[in-house]
Design a protein around this ligand. Structure first.
Ligand code: ADP
Ligand code: MG
Length: 253
């Protein structure tokens, strides 16, 4: 019961995308994307390489621009109005396949840089927050080391902690475990599961189907720039509707 409450999904809309299209030059990479993510929902996006998963995720925090349709994040429509983009970026955390930590900064400095310079939070307070989240991802003892001294799994947990230090309302993950050795995948997934249990709104591009089954409210399958199929995990895995989904699942499961 307590667990169910913590993972409660609200009626409030966190992300809404309607009739969205994107091109890279003449290449039509995203086609008529429609999706709504409610606050507290955990969505897993899967699909073959090149299907547009990263592009979709990157459009949500405006690392890429779409040309048609609407993307509304936390009530803000993404247009070329830069003031709004900053607001959205500060509310949307992103974790990439390659951890993108600053190699010349310590773990603690990686976690406090944006809070101090972007959010204008006093250094001591930013450090306290950083230690809180480094403790949460179970590596507080690494705070004064440099990224190169940590394992891949530890670096990815730092990347997650660093995002959390900005107090995001939505977290986007783009294949966060696919560059990791097998023995490190679990420690990163466990961190993501803990985040889900606290009610974080999450959009995760991943092929970790165990994770999808454990925490996702919905699995979205993309192919060739389109959302081909979406369903709650049990139905998605046990009873896929489209042939493209069936083929994809037969290749990865
Ligand atoms: P996925 O994450 O599902 O593998 P991507 O969103 O990375 O797919 O890419 C979708 C398609 O868009 C691919 O064909 C890829 O080559 C192409 N693409 C990705 N980024 C760019 C870019 N910056 N310029 C041109 N084409 C791109
Ligand atoms: Mg990708």
């Amino acid at each position: 019961m307590a667990e169910a409450q913590k993972m409660q999904v609200t009626d409030e809309v966190a992300i809404s995308i309607s009739n969205m299209n994107k091109w890279y030059g003449t290449f039509h990479v995203l086609r008529d994307i429609n999706m709504t993510v409610n606050r507290g929902e955990r969505i897993v996006i899967c699909g073959p390489s090149g299907s547009g998963k990263s592009t979709l995720i990157r459009c949500i925090n405006r690392l890429e621009e779409h040309q048609q349709g609407q993307i509304v994040v936390d009530g803000t429509e993404l247009t070329s109005d830069l003031k709004n983009i900053d607001k959205v970026r500060s509310e949307v955390g992103m974790v990439f396949q390659h951890f993108n930590l600053f190699p010349h900064l310590t773990i603690l400095e990686n976690c406090t840089l944006a809070p101090i310079w972007v959010r204008k939070i006093p250094k001591r307070e930013a450090e306290e927050t950083a230690m809180h989240f480094l403790t949460k991802v179970k590596i507080p003892e690494q705070a004064n080391k440099y990224p190169g001294q940590l394992s891949g799994g530890q670096q990815q947990r730092v990347a997650i902690a660093r995002s959390l230090c900005m107090k995001p309302r939505i977290m986007l993950f783009d294949e966060p475990t696919s560059a990791l050795d097998p023995e490190m995948i679990k420690e990163v997934l466990d961190t993501m599961i803990a985040l889900a249990e606290e009610g974080m709104t999450m959009l995760c591009v991943t092929h970790e189907m165990g994770f999808a089954q454990a925490v996702a409210n919905r699995v979205i399958f993309m192919d060739q720039g389109q959302i081909v199929e979406q369903n709650e995990p049990k139905e998605f895995f046990n009873n896929p509707k489209s042939d493209r989904t069936k083929l994809f699942l037969s290749q990865i499961l």
